[in-house]
Design a protein around this ligand. Sequence first.
Ligand SMILES: Cc1cc2nc3c(=O)[nH]c(=O)nc-3n(C[C@H](O)[C@H](O)[C@H](O)COP(=O)(O)OP(=O)(O)OC[C@H]3O[C@@H](n4cnc5c(N)ncnc54)[C@H](O)[C@@H]3O)c2cc1C
Ligand code: FES
Length: 355
Amino acid sequence: MSLKTYFLQVKEVTNETSDSVTIYFWHPLSEQIKYKAGQFITVIVPAGEGGKKIRRSYSMSTSPHSDTSIGITIKRVSGGLVSNYLNDNVKVGDFLEVLEPMGNFHVEPDADKSRHAVLFAAGSGVTPMMSIAKSILKMEANSRVTLIYGNRSEDSIIFKQKIEELEAQYGKRFTIHHLLSRPSDLWVGHKGRISQGIAIRLMKEADTDFANDEFYLCGPIGMMEDVIAGLGIYNVSKDRIHKENFHTAIAATEEDSVDEEDSLKTQTIKVKYEGSEYEFEVKPHQTILEAALDLDIDLPYSCQAGMCTACMGKCIEGKVKMDEEDGLTEKEIKQGFILTCVAHPLTKDVVIEID
Ligand SMILES: Cc1cc2nc3c(=O)[nH]c(=O)nc-3n(C[C@H](O)[C@H](O)[C@H](O)COP(=O)(O)OP(=O)(O)OC[C@H]3O[C@@H](n4cnc5c(N)ncnc54)[C@H](O)[C@@H]3O)c2cc1C
Ligand code: FES
């Protein structure tokens, strides 16, 4: 899958909190970049050792329906290469290399629709929610949005002021519930994390219709699992629950590495791509994509989280295990398609073909 690359010029840089920044880009002169509310772009920056280029995905926090420029908001991750690079180095006028917008976590507003979208976000997970909320509120006069947003403390709330502006602009059509896990003594709002119980209570307060409303989740995996468990009690069908996982394959692999190493072994595999055949080892803690990139084998990829399908290949021999299957349809999985960014070889004879 070949992805379009852009070199976007930075129009504005705004500090949102002490550890997060929004970077706004000009559209290229030749083209208005199209994206859907909730989608992400992947930036490629020389943030690695010796200036090695590294890719990371960031959801647009702007709306394609109400903002003229494209904006991404990046929260620092402790010790993180790209999030700190972007927070520390990017200034107005710079050009950043980015891959085209992608992702299945999105809404397409429809002026004839009348819906209630319930958005759950924690920390930087609010970025796609801002895009989704602004888009629905602007384009669908009969729809309403409830945002349930968890943070640590008052000063870690990204978009605090922009959220207040949405409340002022849209009145009853937009409701915000902030939850803080470590608020100051002056905080009079909800306290604690977004748990199953709190999620249910706030959804009921928001007059949620569990049989028809739509639910969007982005935050730590535990929070999303809790909310999904809560929705399960009300038999909310899976097709109305949409979730975005910011945790990259790298993070997931590190967390799971103890269990993984029990079942996975170092395997030598073959990958056929663009007329070449590469044979290389994949260690238990690596995904197939990571092993290839470590050897400077230039395979296609973007999000590294099993969501965009840029790294899709077909396993034509042997067996592969995927950490995350949500990015592929059941049919694709049955046909042998895999995502190399979340895949590990299970047998020694694995051969993968990438178009
Ligand atoms: C589809 C998608 C959309 C995303 N959108 C956004 C966004 O809008 N805003 C945003 O700030 N981030 C977003 N992310 C996360 C982002 O891509 C990076 O993973 C994040 O900035 C960390 O990258 P890094 O290079 O700084 O850290 P790395 O150098 O990759 O990691 C450093 C350490 O932090 C851990 N780590 C990695 N990612 C996270 C994380 N998200 N939270 C906590 N610990 C982590 C790693 O396990 C590692 O130990 C998104 C991710 C995906 C997959
Ligand atoms: S790189 Fe996006 S799914 Fe693998």
